[in-house]
Write a protein that binds this ligand. Structure first.
Ligand SMILES: [Zn+2]
Length: 432
């Protein structure tokens, strides 16, 4: 999040540490945040818990904090607040945001409220174990761009991009951006990479022999392709409404006006609540990663009014995803593997797993038979390892495979926990 270099200080022999930052939160709840500056150079807003001051750099505890050094085109592409501004009550800010999305996009109140909830999570992404991804679907790219233009006025450190790849994701991370990705043709490989790297503590090898933290808020426009529905672990889904005539124009002047209104208000909202959101994570009252509603609630304190609108929609989407998973061969395989593990099997042949999975799917009304090879590939993608033996491919329930199967069963909400199973008990302790 912050890079440090040392600067020799005169002849005294002592050194001043230069810290380049895109935002730093200190232990006592004070903070340094990026704000707009003059020309291409941003400045830093220093927050002491009650008041803010703005300067080119901030000195604190013998260290000098400076805005992270990025290419001028990146500063042009993002939007930063110029200062902080009073937001009234939290509920006022959320209602204003929701109404803006309704007016410009024709979203229903529930859809606009869900997008508002997601916007709140991007202002606290640095405190979340896995910030939720917002997938957007629709056939009208113009409307998707309008949505992303609005989001780029309201989200924290927004970057609206197309043609994103793994290298650019790593290179631009120093801004700690909210990614707004217009990429209907995104490969499933890149989608998987985005998903796999979005867990706090999971690092990705960089190009300079370093490792990078890529945990970040993302919204991805998928076009009419709903393939991302299978990547539904910890993500929100919004379908764009049919195009309408006559929404208010969203030219650059109007976008600047919207950003000038919302950016300073959301920044103050973040500063007022960062201790509360951070503490909920450190004292264990934070919801488990799979609890999307809990994550949205944590990031929108006093947001009851908007929550009453998005909660029923999110719950309906979750029920839908659960119903779809009944026919998903990956989820069925995990259900079978979990029950085999609980029957104290030490391993199972891929052939047997395929037969049991097809039988389970048939009992649910599925006519299609999946081959051993097809299921093997899916299993590999899910991170469950197979071993080659003389009887063919087998899944050995070693520590790693058993943990992974339990983890997947929890995230797919399949199977039951069993008393006496160490992996089930571990999950129970983690939950408490
Ligand atoms: Zn178990």
């Amino acid at each position: 999040m912050a890079r440090t270099t040392r600067l020799p200080k005169g002849h005294s022999g002592s050194e001043t540490q230069i810290v380049s930052t895109a935002g730093t939160i200190f232990g006592d709840g004070t903070a340094v945040e990026l704000v707009g500056g003059t020309g291409d150079k941003p400045r830093l807003l220093s927050w002491n818990g009650r008041k803010s001051t703005i300067a080119a750099q901030v000195e604190r505890e013998g260290k000098i904090y400076q805005p992270v050094d990025l290419h001028p085109s990146i500063w042009k592409a993002t939007r930063l607040p110029n200062s902080v501004a009073d937001y009234g009550k939290g509920s006022d800010l959320f209602t204003e945001t929701r109404e803006l999305l309704e007016t410009h996009l024709g979203f229903s109140a529930a859809e606009a409220a869900l997008a508002t909830g997601w916007i709140c999570t991007c202002w606290f992404a640095d405190f979340l174990s896995s910030p939720p991804t917002l997938f957007v679907y629709g056939s009208d790219m113009g409307l998707a761009i309008t949505l992303f233009q609005l989001l780029s006025c309201i989200c924290r450190h927004p970057l609206l991009l197309a043609e994103l790849n793994r290298a650019s994701l790593c290179a631009l991370m120093a801004l700690r951006p909210t990614w707004l990705i217009n990429q209907p043709g995104m490969t499933s490989r890149l989608l998987d990479f985005c998903g796999d790297s979005n867990y706090r503590g999971v690092l990705v090898p960089g190009t300079r022999g370093d490792v990078l933290d890529l945990v970040s808020s993302k919204s991805i426009f998928m076009g009419a392709n709903s393939a991302a529905h299978s990547w539904c672990e910890h993500s929100l889904h919004l379908a764009l409404p049919p195009a309408r005539r006559g929404p208010p124009p969203l030219d650059e002047a109007r976008q600047v006006q919207i950003a000038d209104h919302f950016q300073p208000r959301f920044l103050l909202y973040r500063l007022h609540h960062l201790q509360q959101v951070r503490q909920s994570r450190s004292n264990g009252s934070a919801p488990p990663m799979s609890d999307l509603a809990g994550t949205l609630q944590t990031c929108s304190p006093n947001g009851n009014q908007v929550e009453s609108l998005w909660l029923p929609l999110l719950q309906a989407q979750e029920r839908d995803a659960l119903a779809q998973r009944c026919w998903d061969p990956g989820s069925a395989m995990i259900e079978v593997l979990l029950s085999l593990r609980h029957a104290s099997e030490s391993e199972t042949a891929m052939k047997e797993l395929a037969a049991l999975t097809n039988a389970l799917l048939r009992s649910r009304g599925e006519n299609r038979e999946y081959s051993e090879e097809e299921l093997g590939k899916r299993l590999q993608k899910l991170g469950v390892h197979r071993h080659r033996k003389n009887i063919g491919m087998v899944i050995v329930f070693d520590r790693a495979n058993s943990c992974r199967v339990h983890q997947l069963a929890r995230s797919f909400s399949v199977g039951k926990s069993v008393t006496g199973c160490p992996d089930c008990e571990e999950a129970q302790v983690a939950k408490e």
